[in-house]
Design a protein around this ligand. Structure first.
Ligand code: GDP
Ligand code: PGA
Ligand code: MN
Ligand code: MN
Length: 619
């Protein structure tokens, strides 16, 4: 379609950019180009200080509703509630960049396709120019952290202000070294979401440092600083520069107040598998006041080896948390409850909402939904009181409903969370929803075996991605949806970056989700109690416990785990710490097939695989 007649010339784009202090000519040229292409009516340059005004405008326009004092409610299009993996592509100009999971396509094919979709698609709308930084200012990785998102949706801007550091100062002095990140929403009613005629595309042109996303305003598809830049682009940049890793990792600190020692743990779990909860966890009350857990990050960590002290340092490039609402309550996660309380500026998406009381509710917030259903609407906006007999048991909130809050609201935010250097990493953990086989925790002390363990992370897919819930699948390092280059090279890059440390972190695999085969209950209560296996891991690293060596790693003895105040069923504890050799031998055959998909896998990974397989056969 031709460009809508108008505007270029009518809207004084340069005047708007001048007034907002956006002086970088490369950024200005980029804004001009996409303003013309998308056919937007107006532009606005966003600084974080615009938040209050944008909130007011969004409330006036009905894009947000008040959820009590200083909190907001939004509802997404019902066909637009999760990340799409199928429509997500990493494109470059080099066919050798094709891996198994990155859905590689030629950049020369994808750019015109996306620009075609975007042409004229923002007509009538404002294009918001959102300059951002994905790193604490001054970080050694800052060169990879700046970007400018262009979006035609105001609620996306409000989320970006919470999730990233936003303002023109982050990009003015950078010349051309920023990520170009264009988000065009499109007509969500007619994009054929999930059908063979799906119109959406979420493309990272990694070697051009350009992101083009069309067809969704759900956070995981539309907050380009977070998902597309913080993970896909950054993991590619980390490899291309040879210097760092960007992973879907949480990052936390544990302080033992008795000894004064502080440890840092990072680790990967697939979306909706417990990262945010673990990072926000407080020590279980039963352990007294001995430990403090500091929140550093809950979804992304960038890791590098520091030449000065030979340790691995991690930063959280984000500025906020985009958490799963389901099951968040006083008991499971009191820290989160406080972080999203009134007055925090939190935005809820797709929870249930009461327009009379401005209250919000989601499954697991309380044991039962509010008894008086007056005024309550489900995540689709339908009145609960008008539900038919068949609809009566449907969830009120979408399972992937979310809260968005800034890090500063999190009560256990680390005092040094903005330290540009990051924090030294003591342990790297992997985990996911695995109903059997994987014990509560097993430690792996060898680098290649740790990387091998991450590459063979297998877990149930969750509602955070469309159409995959419950499917057991491999999700290497929890990066399957964010892989940007071939898995063989990815493994080699891991061995290189972590191998450069002289004081290496210990690895471990954790599982909070083992279930009883008969009645399905979780064998481990999880949440705040997850600190206990981490404490054991730190003791193991310090040589204070020895554990029990198994073919798949070191498992705690029941006596070594601090279970003070817990009342686990005795049989459950046994199952939690047992390695079922026959079951693991079956798993090894699947792993062999999984790894065989990746040509050029480093020999060290195969050696680790064969070592584990042989140890299992010796049992
Ligand atoms: P993330 O997406 O990886 O950050 O995962 P979240 O921490 O947001 O958790 C996703 C879902 O899993 C939420 O509904 C949590 O309530 C639930 N969850 C988190 N940790 C645990 C746990 O230790 N045990 C159980 N049973 N559920 C958990
Ligand atoms: P999550 O973050 O991993 O906390 O669910 C969002 C996502 O990965 O889509
Ligand atoms: Mn994530
Ligand atoms: Mn999370």
């Amino acid at each position: 379609p031709a460009l809508p007649e108008k505007l270029c010339g009518v809207t004084d784009i340069d005047g708007v950019m001048d007034a907002a202090g956006l002086s970088n000519q490369h950024v200005r040229d980029y804004v001009h180009r996409y303003f013309e292409l998308t056919g937007a009516d107006r532009i606005e340059v966003v600084n974080a200080s615009d938040d209050a005004r944008l909130l007011r405008e969004a409330l006036d326009a009905g894009e947000l509703a008040p959820a009590g004092e200083g909190r907001y409610y939004s509802r997404s299009h019902p066909k637009d509630t999760a990340r799409s993996e199928e429509r997500t592509v990493v494109a470059t100009s080099n066919p050798a960049d094709a891996g198994v999971y990155n859905n590689w396509r030629p950049a020369a094919e994808m750019r015109p396709l996306l620009e075609d979709r975007m042409r004229g698609a923002s007509a009538g709308k404002t294009m918001y120019v959102v300059p951002y930084l994905m790193a604490p200012p001054g970080s050694p990785l800052e060169a990879f952290a700046a970007g400018v998102e262009l979006t035609d949706t105001r609620t996306v801007v409000l989320h970006m202000i919470r999730m990233a550091r936003v303002g023109v100062d982050h990009v003015n002095d950078l010349g051309d070294s920023f990520v170009r990140a264009v988000h065009v929403t499109g007509d969500l009613d007619s994009l054929g979401q999930g059908t063979p005629d799906d119109q959406r595309w979420f493309v990272t042109l990694a070697d051009e440092r350009t992101i083009l996303h069309y067809g969704s305003s759900y956070g995981g598809n539309a907050l380009l600083g977070k998902i597309a830049h913080g993970l896909r682009q950054a993991t590619y940049d980390g490899w291309a520069s040879g210097d760092f890793l960007a992973e879907q990792f949480l990052l936390l600190g544990i302080t033992d107040k008795q000894t004064g020692r502080k440890y840092h743990v990072c680790g990967g779990m697939p979306s909706a598998s417990g990262k945010t909860n673990l990072a926000m966890t407080l020590a279980p009350d039963a352990l007294g006041d001995r430990y403090r857990v500091d929140f550093y990050g809950d979804d992304i960590a960038w890791l590098r080896a520091d030449p000065d002290d030979g340790r691995i340092y991690a930063i959280n490039p984000e500025y906020g948390a985009f958490g799963v609402a389901k099951d968040t309550n006083e008991k499971t996660n009191p820290t989160a409850v406080e972080a999203i309380a009134e007055g925090t500026g939190t935005i809820f998406t797709n929870v249930a909402y009461n327009e009379q009381t401005q209250d919000v509710w989601w499954e697991g917030k309380t044991k039962f939904p509010p008894a008086d259903v007056t005024g309550w609407r489900d995540w689709k906006g339908e009145l609960i009181s008008e539900r038919s007999e068949e609809e009566k048991d449907a969830p009120w909130a979408h399972p992937n409903s979310r809260f968005t809050t800034t890090l500063a609201n999190i009560p256990n935010i680390a005092p040094d969370y903005e330290n540009p250097k990051g924090v030294p990493v003591d342990a790297i953990i992997f985990g996911g929803r695995t109903r059997d086989r994987e014990p509560l925790v097993r430690a792996v002390t060898d680098l290649a075996e740790g990387v091998y363990d991450g590459l063979t992370l297998g877990a149930e897919a969750t509602f955070a991605a469309e159409g995959t819930e419950g499917v057991l699948r491999y999700d290497p390092m929890s990066m399957r949806p964010f892989m940007a280059y071939p898995e063989g090279a990815y493994a080699a890059h891991w061995l290189k970056v972590i191998g450069a440390a002289t004081d290496q972190p210990i690895f471990a695999h954790v599982n909070w989700f083992q279930r009883d085969p008969e009645d399905g209950h979780f064998l481990w209560p999880g949440y705040r109690d997850n600190l206990r296996p981490l404490l054991w891991l730190m003791q193991l690293r310090n040589g204070e416990v020895t554990g029990r060596q198994t073919p798949v790693g070191v498992v705690p003895t029941p006596e070594e785990l601090d279970l003070t105040g817990m009342d686990l069923r005795p049989g459950d504890l046994d199952t939690l710490l047992t390695i079922d050799t026959a079951r693991w031998q079956q798993e090894m055959a699947h792993r062999e097939e999984h790894l065989a998909q990746f040509p050029d896998l480093p020999e060290a990974i195969w050696t680790a695989h064969r070592r584990v397989a042989a140890a299992l056969d010796d049992q």
